[in-house]
Unconditional design. Structure first.
Ligand code: PAF
Length: 292
């Protein structure tokens, strides 16, 4: 495995691969890799085959964090990530420097942004108004440098994946966007680099995200007709209020493609929620199914 820091080197490699007609899989990450990320790497390998190239980008992107968020404290563990990538069969681990990604600095520097203006507005976009502009901008930059055939994102960040799909289509990137299933701990908690922030007591309380999803799944599977989303939201709120360290940010029910709110919930509706567990904000989502 090759570790690349320079953006220009990464770009030259990508152009060389393109000239040779190689398929390239990109897994964009902010590092602190866990089993969820490694499942994305496996998906990328499956898509490009043994002769293709798999690139993991590792960049804690400053423009997707608001000033009061956890950019400074975001876990950074390059040596471990390097080992994890090598063991997972990654060809290139690309770790760009801020100065190359945002010449002139992230706040004063860029005057060109990529902003998806429809799917970005709700849920995470309402809670974090500049977040998706930062994500869309950095993903566009990663696409432009790595020139992937396939890019793999995790379903845990459902809205992010929808925004990336949309920008890929709107900006005519010849890239297949693959969304890989969420990987969960045995007790259902979705894997996330931010789970490391949790104290043991908070970690135990964080399972309420999955319990809320399971509760709604059971209600939908048992119902003979559609259920009111306001009723289900109230039930989720009650479940979460029973956990002293957990505070609900939002729970939403929506159409999976458009992300438009669904006043009535039935199999096929999507559900997403965000909670604060102490000072850590966690998100999760699921498609609601007919049978359990
Ligand atoms: O999901 C993430 O880790 C980030 O939002 C991404 C896609 C790598 C962009 O910085």
């Amino acid at each position: 495995m090759r570790l690349v820091n320079s953006l220009t080197t990464m770009q030259r490699l990508a152009l060389r691969w393109r000239r040779r007609g190689l398929r390239v899989g990109l897994v964009p990450t902010m590092g602190s890799l866990h089993a969820g990320h490694l499942s994305l790497v496996r998906q990328a390998r499956r898509r490009v085959g043994p002769a293709g190239r798999v690139v993991v980008s590792l960049y804690v992107n400053p423009t997707q964090f608001a000033p009061h968020e956890d950019f400074a404290g975001y876990p950074r563990e390059l040596e471990e990530d390097r080992r994890r990538c090598r063991a997972a069969g990654v060809d290139v681990l690309w770790v760009p420097a801020d100065a190359e990604m945002y010449p002139g600095g992230p706040s004063g520097g860029p005057s060109t942004w990529v902003s998806e203006e429809n799917l970005s507005r709700r849920m995470e976009g309402r809670a974090r108004p500049t977040h998706f502009r930062g994500v869309a901008t950095v993903v566009t930059k990663l696409f432009n440098v790595v020139l992937p055939t396939v890019a793999v994102f995790g379903a845990k960040d459902y809205q992010q994946a929808a925004v990336v799909r949309r920008l890929t289509r709107d900006l005519n990137f010849p890239i297949e966007v693959v969304v890989a299933p969420t990987v969960r701990e045995p007790d259902g908690l979705a894997m996330s680099s931010r789970n490391r922030y949790l104290s043991p007591a908070e970690r135990e309380q964080a399972t309420v995200l999955w319990q809320a999803i399971e509760h709604v799944q059971r209600r939908v599977a048992a119902a003979r007709r559609s259920l009111r989303s306001s009723q289900l939201a109230a039930e989720v709120r009650r479940l979460i209020q029973a956990r002293p360290s957990v505070r609900l940010d939002y729970v939403e029910f929506f159409a999976p493609e458009t992300l438009q709110p669904a006043p009535q919930v039935s199999p096929g509706t999507h559900m997403a929620l965000a909670v604060w567990v102490g000072r850590t904000r966690l998100i999760d989502n699921a498609r609601l199914e007919e049978r359990r």
